[in-house]
Design a protein around this ligand. Structure first.
Ligand code: FEO
Length: 398
């Protein structure tokens, strides 16, 4: 349903209630998503971002409820990933006179996706386009989260449209942050940050400082996914600064996989050792847990303890995708340790430690191994291992 956000500014996006996997199957989206598109009717008419192509007809129909799409003068593509640019062919057919405004890097990526002879205008940071009473101001935001990403700001009505930044994969009948369950909202905002933006945390901090220095008044932050930040809109900016600082809590995640529960027994005993020292922790079973949800727990915790038995001189296949993501997300300020059972050759603990080293996660102490099923001495050693990890976890971050 089209929503007027401010006089002459309309949300014309779509809600994708059924989406459960995003980026192919890479990211879980338990609560669906929304693709937000904003229509500004001033003396000139502008559309900021479109939607994913399966919803293109709905977008054009939404625009038509407000204005004849042929009257659109500018279509702004803040970012070329197809969840926002997919409807460009339909929109540009309906608005043949429109200029397609992109960032300098967007010129390459939008042309690369669509191969159309559209009337492009590439803009850089600080460039403006007057719409009449108000103007659009552009701020390039490379790596938030693609090289082509850009923020668009509407003067006069003080609306920041930062595309993917500050978004959430969250389908709801409500458009604003003050209308939804705050726990759900922040669960989705954090999951989005962790899984999409963590590797670029230093750029997040820099970009926010740069935008704050512009001293632009902000009444509304309108991301391209999820709800819009209306009540205390800068709250999400402050949260991003906290998340970007990557100061994890003194807690531990024991991420393990197991074949015949020997490694599980060790995980439980390590947990007992952590509990004895008063360190909160979670055991996460890799083979049975959503990877993106687990990564949020890893993000929050100071300590990552990896456990896996040895199979075929290597690791169990179900833990490998977790390890790949942990490396790619480039978590900071973590410490780690490894453990696992084995029957014959027993390489898994060394492999897990090698992985921690590759992730630049310092190892608290050499790994713990148990041959066959852990016996009482092995379990006692695991409890001691847990206590030692707890003491390191409790040390303040330098
Ligand atoms: Fe980077 Fe929402 O696409």
């Amino acid at each position: 349903m089209v929503t007027e956000l401010k006089p002459g500014v309309y949300w014309v996006g779509v809600v994708d209630w059924a989406l459960r996997r995003f980026h192919g199957v890479e990211l879980s989206t338990h609560r669906g998503s929304a693709y937000n598109s904003y229509l500004i009717v001033d003396e000139k008419v502008a559309l900021v971002d479109t939607v994913w192509s399966p919803f293109q007809d709905q977008l054009v129909e939404n625009i038509r409820q407000v204005v004849d799409p042929a009257k659109i003068d500018y279509v702004v593509a803040n970012h070329s990933e197809v969840d926002h640019s997919g409807a460009l062919p339909a929109v540009m057919r309906a608005a043949p006179q429109a200029t397609l405004v992109v960032s300098k890097r967007g010129l390459e990526s939008v042309q690369g996706h669509y191969h159309q002879p559209w009337n492009f205008r590439a803009v850089g940071t600080g460039e403006t386009i007057s719409l009449g009473k108000n103007s659009l101001v552009f701020v390039e935001a490379p790596m938030l989260h693609w090289p082509d990403s850009m923020f668009t700001y509407l003067t006069g009505l003080n609306i920041l449209m930062p595309n993917d930044a500050f978004g959430q994969h969250y389908a709801t009948d409500f458009r604003f942050n003050d209308e939804v369950n705050q726990e759900e909202l922040y669960e989705e905002a954090l999951k989005y940050y962790v899984n999409i933006l963590t590797p670029f945390s230093h750029l997040v901090t820099k970009k926010i400082e740069e935008v704050v220095a512009l001293k632009l008044p902000v009444d509304l932050i309108c991301p391209s996914h999820g709800v819009l930040w209306r009540r205390d809109p800068l709250q999400i900016v402050h949260r991003y600064l906290e998340w970007a600082a990557q100061k994890p809590e003194p807690r531990a995640v024991i991420l393990y996989d197991t074949m015949w529960n020997g490694t599980l027994r060790l995980a439980e005993a390590i947990g007992d050792g952590l509990a004895a020292e008063g360190v909160p922790h979670k055991l996460i079973y890799a083979a049975g847990t959503d990877r993106n949800d687990a990564l949020v727990e890893v993000f929050k915790a100071r300590t990552l303890v990896l456990g896996c038995p040895t199979m075929n001189n290597g690791l169990l296949p179900s833990i490998e995708p977790f390890l790949g993501e942990i490396k790619g997300l480039k978590f900071k300020n973590k410490i780690g340790a490894a453990f696992g059972c084995y029957g014959w050759s027993g390489e898994s603990v060394k492999l897990l430690e090698h992985h921690l080293e590759e992730c630049k996660i310092p190892i608290i102490r050499p790994g713990l191994r148990a041959k066959w099923q852990p016996g009482p001495a092995d379990l006692e050693a695991a409890r001691a291992f847990g206590r030692e990890i707890a003491l390191a976890t409790k040390k303040p971050l330098e």
